[in-house]
Write a protein that binds this ligand. Sequence first.
Ligand code: NAD
Ligand code: UDP
Length: 312
Amino acid sequence: MKKRILVTGGAGFVGSHLCERLLSEGNEVYCLDNYFTGQKQNVVHLTSNPYFEIIRHDVINPFLIEVDEIYNLACPASPVHYQYNPIKTIKTSVMGAINMLGLAKRVNAKILQASTSEVYGNPMVHPQPESYWGNVNPIGERSCYDEGKRAAETLFRDYHAQNDVKIKIVRIFNTYGPRMHPNDGRVVSNFIVQALQNHDITVYGQGDQTRSFQYVDDLVDGMIKTMNTDDSFTGPVNIGNPGEFTILELAEKVIELTGSKSKIVYQPLPSDDPLMRKPDISLAKKALDWEPTIKLEDGLTKTIAFFKDAIK
Ligand code: NAD
Ligand code: UDP
């Protein structure tokens, strides 16, 4: 049956892939965005589908639409972008959650929150299971994002407990793929763009901090599977690829796959940069029958092909 689905942040990197998949599965999709970090270009190829609509709107303001499901992704995700206007970032997470939960309550829609591994902060438990409460600095450079996302999880939990809103929370770990913004400052896009231009590859710190990188198609699968669980399942559930790499290993892999002449240079590590990150995905495997299938090398190859075209 055709569902009416609202995707906030739909013109962003992840949102555009999600809109594409939901449309291809035969749904009617409303893509809402204020274009802070997203672009119309990411979804323009979908506009010939009569069941796709783009809405310019900022989630800090209320919005009313009749829908069956809401995916709430609106929020800048790269540290460079979310630190550009930190007050706006936390407002987007908190007021956006209140407005979208209010909408879900009013029209009786199911709502999924794009939360993040950043709720674990600089983790003292490794890998991170959903039961870990995290190690987050409330007054640091990353706090506007981390605490905003944590408060949003609380709001989701409370609208569910107090008003019976049907909620799902996914905690997304570092995701990469085509349509990342070339200038958004995240490590995969930075390294690929630098390598393709034979510029220095900027490793922050010694490059021994780790991340676990997930290809965007795996994430989209995990999000849709979570939305389709029965109402008793609310999450939070980790969606990420447990393959863990140091940032230096990533730099070397990108140089190898692009055949670049770039040199690695070392720059200061930003404050509160988590030293390690790797999802425990036991819950996703059990509750969603989901696990990632795309290996780093394969995902990077597809992403490199995208950037070759995008920065030409
Ligand atoms: P992105 O920056 O490409 O997309 C975010 C989108 O939200 C953009 O299109 C932006 O214009 C829009 N937006 C921002 N503020 C808004 C506002 N106030 N009103 C309406 N729209 C607004 O980032 P992404 O990587 O696609 O991330 C999507 C979601 O997934 C975010 O909520 C992010 O926190 C979450 N997430 C992503 C990752 C990742 O690695 N990509 C990891 C963890 C969580
Ligand atoms: N990083 C880096 N060089 C860059 C961009 C990022 O070494 O040009 C590092 C950053 O310090 C962090 C990791 O790569 O340790 C991942 O950074 P990103 O901004 O992609 O995401 P997050 O820190 O939010 O996981």
